[in-house]
Design a protein around this ligand. Structure first.
Ligand code: GLU
Length: 420
């Protein structure tokens, strides 16, 4: 099959994972491309009036992977490397993720190739609103519901909600999740992904008999996922010995003081230069001796170059697609690292997004306690199902998680049939 406009290393990686699972599950050849290829994609030019009077045109995309089970769901990424191929791979992973945890959604993803750090607040708002305007024909509470991802946040979601609502003529909170609570956001959504990562790490620790107090963790990416996971892990008595962001990493074998670090990051917008730690490169950080490694940044960080050198016992994938199939094969062969695969590990975010959407549709809001209880219940169920299938079939947790997700989408397509 020719992947056309999606062809890129990362889309090929997502397809390679799919093909391996499809072979193992003996999904008929005829059903494979229908499952794999995104249903639709929209690429748009986003003209933005810059502060200096120039008009700059940014490329934006939205890919909806399948529409079989309900609306599509997934984040919007603002990052210089965004391409339609990357967005398509991320949309495919959202499909398997939603199906694995039992949400009535297909996967989607969107993005604009830009560097949000170089934009003023006004430029960021105009870019967000114009991109939303271009997407109006393909988004909506019953069609496709965006959310935050790398480089976007609650404020960006608020602008999306406002732009869409102005077009409709009334407030439509259900068009987007990860909004501020005041605009119909859910309590616990901001923390959901990071807390979910920490919950699954503690379940993985139970499984391999690792005790919390005194254990050490390294976190790549100190954004909404990594920073929240760090705090939750520290609450379990785990020492965070190294963290990094796009500008560099910091390391302190005695453990970082997260309160001080967060205050420093709030001021300088980076972990780099924090006085109570030494600088460390990304490459060195990933292979530090630690119990838990959390890649919570971008794709393709654990590769055939460093997989054999990892010294962690648990690899908890807070990011989407951080481990290449080559690295995965090395880790599976090694057998001494428990990998909590991305579609399970970071699913807390989309789970609480689903709760947010349900609350918006009902205009009836839950307490934070209710949200967290329901979140942990769904995570526990998916964790146990994944673990059991991996044991039964003697496959990796990633293979088991992907199999569960892909099989549900496949079964749904069979039940609905092929029209006409
Ligand atoms: N961007 C997040 C993810 O990759 C969240 C998606 C959502 O909440 O819809 O899972």
């Amino acid at each position: 099959m020719n992947y056309h406009q999606y062809d890129s290393p990362i889309f090929r990686m997502a397809c390679q994972q799919f093909d391996q699972v499809a072979d193992f599950m003996e999904i008929p050849e005829a059903a494979r491309n229908r499952l794999k290829m995104p249903k639709r994609a929209l690429s748009v030019a986003v003209p933005v009036r810059m502060d200096d009077g120039r008009t700059e045109v940014f490329m934006g995309h939205r890919v909806q992977h399948h529409l079989t089970l309900g609306p599509t769901k997934g984040g919007i990424r603002f990052h210089p490397d965004v391409t339609v191929g990357e967005v398509a791979a991320l949309a495919m992973w959202m499909s398997w993720k939603c199906a694995l945890v039992g949400l009535p959604y297909g996967g989607a993803k969107g993005g604009v190739a830009c560097n949000p750090r170089e934009l003023s607040l006004g430029e960021l708002e105009r870019l967000t609103r114009r991109y939303t305007q271009e997407l109006i024909p393909v988004i909506g509470p019953q069609v496709d519901i965006p959310a935050p991802d790398v480089g976007t946040n609650e404020q960006v979601m608020a602008w999306i909600m406002d732009t869409y609502s102005l077009q409709m003529g009334y407030a439509v909170p259900g068009v987007v999740t990860g909004k501020p609570v005041l605009l119909g956001g859910s309590l616990g959504r901001r923390e959901a992904t990071g807390r979910g990562v920490a919950y699954l790490i503690s379940r993985a620790m139970d499984t391999i008999g690792l005790v919390g107090s005194g254990a050490t963790a390294v976190i790549q990416g100190y954004g909404n996922v990594g920073a929240v996971a760090a705090v939750s892990l520290a609450k379990q008595g785990i020492k965070i010995i190294a963290v990094s962001d796009a500008f560099g990493g910091i390391y302190n074998q005695k453990g970082l003081d997260l309160m001080k670090l967060d205050a420093y990051v709030a001021e300088t917008r980076s972990v780099v230069g924090f006085s109570e730690a030494d600088p460390i490169s990304n490459e060195e950080m990933l292979i530090l001796n630690c119990d838990i490694l959390v890649p919570a940044a971008l794709e393709r960080q654990i590769t055939e170059v460093n997989a054999a050198k990892l010294q962690c016992r648990i690899l908890a994938e807070g990011a989407n697609g951080p481990t290449t199939p080559e690295a995965d094969a090395i880790l599976t062969k090694r057998g001494d690292v428990m990998v909590i695969p991305d579609i399970l590990c970071n699913s807390g975010g989309v789970i609480v997004s689903y709760f947010e959407w349900v609350q918006d549709l009902q205009s009836f809001f839950w307490s934070e306690g209710e949200v967290m209880d329901k979140l942990y219940r769904l995570l526990e169920q998916a964790f146990i199902q994944t673990l059991n299938l991996a044991k039964k079939k003697e496959v990796s947790l990633r293979f088991a998680a992907l199999s569960l997700g892909i099989k549900r989408v496949h079964d749904a397509k069979v039940l609905r049939g092929l029209y006409p």
